[in-house]
Design a protein around this ligand. Structure first.
Ligand code: ATP
Length: 247
């Protein structure tokens, strides 16, 4: 792996992955990757199809088990935490494909995101905050999620994840299948959330769009870390330009 930037992050990491390996039967999806995310950072995980990006998020959410290595959350090993308790620990996961309840309303889907919470007033306030952030969802709050456009469904999936009040928001390819204008809209929202202090781990195939809003990036290739560095340096990196940034 080549490192573009040599500065070691100085703050303690909220998320620290050490030599993580994951296998699906005999297929090795991750061959020992290490990465860190600091509080308040927007870190992007890039790479082509099958590189292991989704697997990394699934391992952090405990949806797949590591076969070697460790995932530390605030310094504590996540291995003992079952998948259904990761959100309670502050880890929110907005999965690829959105996984909405298509026949339920926008409002119902959003309330579902808050299923662990009991603070009714806080939930109501966060609902309004989401509607402020995503005005299209406010207009369509009583409509079925399945009737929304692709871009609106992506916004709903992000808003639903926010309703769980995550400390870390992980997103799996939020730009997938969206027209360029909508990709810009999604990235603008993520940049706003980042500015408001949320810690974000963003998986993307759209390296350009992700690096424009990220602080740092990691590039995976066939289950291994290929490059990592400051987003501004990666945007100028010749290897990355050739492979992922269209020359
Ligand atoms: P994509 O953008 O296509 O989702 P990715 O970088 O997220 O790509 P992963 O989905 O993490 O990649 O897949 C990593 C590797 O693991 C690939 O070789 C993939 O075929 C394999 N893989 C993923 N899920 C499974 C599974 N459930 N069973 C077997 N192999 C799997």
């Amino acid at each position: 792996m080549s490192t573009v930037h040599t500065h070691a992050p100085s703050l303690p990491a909220v998320l620290q992955i050490e030599q993580l390996q994951v296998h699906y039967g005999s297929v090795q999806a991750l061959a020992g990757i290490s990465l860190t995310v600091q509080r308040g950072e927007l870190v992007t995980l890039l790479g082509s199809n099958g590189a292991g990006k989704s697997t990394t998020l699934r391992a952090i959410s405990r949806l797949v088990n590591a076969t070697a290595g460790r995932i530390l959350w605030h310094g504590a090993d996540l291995a003992a935490v079952p998948a259904h308790r990761t959100l309670k620990r502050g880890i929110g996961h907005c999965p690829e494909g959105r996984r909405l309840l298509n026949r339920q309303s926008v409002a119902f889907n959003l309330e579902l995101g808050a299923y662990l919470r009991r603070d009714r007033e806080g939930i109501a306030a966060d609902l309004e905050r989401c509607y402020g952030l995503f005005p299209r969802l406010a207009e369509r709050r009583q409509q079925q999620a399945g009737a929304l456009s692709g871009g609106e469904q992506q916004m709903l999936a992000i808003a639903r994840a926010l309703m769980g009040q995550p400390e870390l928001l992980m997103l799996d390819e939020p730009s997938l299948g969206l027209a360029p204008k909508l990709v810009t809209d999604v990235m603008t929202i993520l940049a706003e959330l980042h500015r408001s202090g949320l810690t974000i781990l963003l998986v993307e195939q759209n390296a350009q769009a992700a690096l424009e809003i990220a602080d740092r990036g990691y590039v995976l290739e066939a289950g291994r870390l290929h490059l990592n560095g400051q987003a501004s340096d990666l945007l100028r990196n010749p290897q990355l330009k050739a492979a992922y940034l269209g020359g």
